[in-house]
Ligand binder design. Structure first.
Ligand code: FES
Length: 99
């Protein structure tokens, strides 16, 4: 696993663009839950970086497809394929992630 961010670096509701194994990724903190997702929409490659987060899902800023932050599942059109979601561990005061 790769260390991606310290747990004191983001407050709940905040996010940061990172790379995990050279893959563009987005780390999002929701309370004590951390999500790390591939930051590329499967519909047409748009970064999800600024997408609206609600109910544990993120919306693509371009055409509004939504993805579940836990599973990566595409929740509505126009996306049909899931995004990749990284496994996450919290240890040593940091967030660690790997596919
Ligand atoms: S590029 Fe994301 S919904 Fe079209």
């Amino acid at each position: 696993m790769e260390r991606v961010i310290g747990t004191d670096e983001l407050a709940s509701g905040e996010r940061r663009s990172i790379f995990v194994d050279d893959i563009p990724a987005l780390v999002i903190r929701l309370g004590d839950t951390w999500h790390v997702i591939e930051d590329v929409c499967t519909h047409d490659g748009q970064p999800l970086t600024t997408g609206e987060v609600t109910d544990c899902s993120i919306a693509c800023p371009r055409h509004a497809a939504r993805f579940d932050l836990r599973t990566g599942k595409a929740l509505c059109m126009p996306a049909t394929e899931p995004i990749r979601v990284f496994k996450v561990e919290i240890r040593d005061g940091a967030v660690w992630a790997a596919l």
